[in-house]
Write a protein that binds this ligand. Structure first.
Ligand code: HEM
Length: 216
């Protein structure tokens, strides 16, 4: 087997881990805004929902890089299998397993959202609750596994993420609207049917189409 290790892989693992955690904190907070039906005055609810969705994609990209650099760096004995099956990493078995559990839960939430149109709303909501568990597990994973997360700025970032997550969870339960059972907004792209030709363009084939006076 080829051994591949450079400090840059390790730096990337550390940096992307922290960035992914911050992004997931923002995604969870925005999700709480959407669920609590906030928005409409300065930023619309639809825009908040789209931001929540788009940032979750960015967060997953950072997470993918975090996992890839961990796996590629042969200094730590964590293989691809450890990214999806907990307790298979020889390096910091339990601490990395928490990251794996967070990743599996995020995958479930993500796949269910991609299939939102094809599954029952109740099932989608149930799976979406996994985000809270994924977020909490990721915070503990970051704190236990990280090099930077144990002191200095890294620790401040992890504590701030945890605090925002707890505040969002409390607000989610205390501030939820009475009418919260409806389906949250879907992207127009998700429901859009292919554009149909407008009747007037069929009525006037290009040659016979009336032109404006003076137009060439
Ligand atoms: C939602 C999922 C995950 C998040 C948000 C996350 C986030 C983090 C954070 C914040 C750190 C601390 C970085 C530092 O302070 O140095 C970290 C470290 C680490 N993570 Fe993850 N992680 C996740 C999943 C995973 C998975 C699935 C793996 C394994 C394949 C993994 C492997 C590692 C390793 C090896 C470290 C230690 C890096 C070091 O030596 O400092 N993580 N992660």
């Amino acid at each position: 087997m080829i051994a591949l290790t450079t400090p840059y892989l390790w730096y990337t693992t550390r940096a992307t881990g922290l960035v992914a955690l911050v992004l997931f904190t923002v995604v969870v907070s925005l999700g709480t805004f959407v669920a609590n039906r906030i928005g409409g005055t300065i930023v619309g609810r639809f825009e908040l929902n789209e931001l929540h969705r788009s940032l979750s994609i960015v967060a997953v990209i950072f997470l993918a890089i975090h996992i890839l650099t961990t796996v590629l760096d042969s200094y730590v004995s964590t293989g691809f299998i450890s990214a999806v099956i907990p307790m298979t990493s020889h390096y910091k078995r339990i601490d990395v397993a928490l990251g794996t559990i967070a990743f599996d839960l995020i995958l479930a939430v993500w796949i269910s959202s991609l299939l939102k149109l094809h599954i029952a709303n109740r099932s989608w909501r149930f799976i979406h609750w996994f985000s809270w568990l994924a977020f909490s597990t990721a915070v503990v994973h970051g704190f236990l596994t990280g090099t930077d997360a144990r002191s200095g700025v890294g620790l401040v970032v992890v504590i701030a993420c945890a605090a925002v997550g707890v505040a969002a969870a409390i607000w989610r339960f205390l501030g939820r609207p009475t009418r919260a059972s409806g389906r949250t907004a879907l992207s127009p792209l998700a429901t859009a049917s292919p554009p149909t030709p407008r009747p007037e363009s069929r009525a006037f084939p290009s040659a016979a189409r009336p032109t404006r006076k003076g137009a060439r």
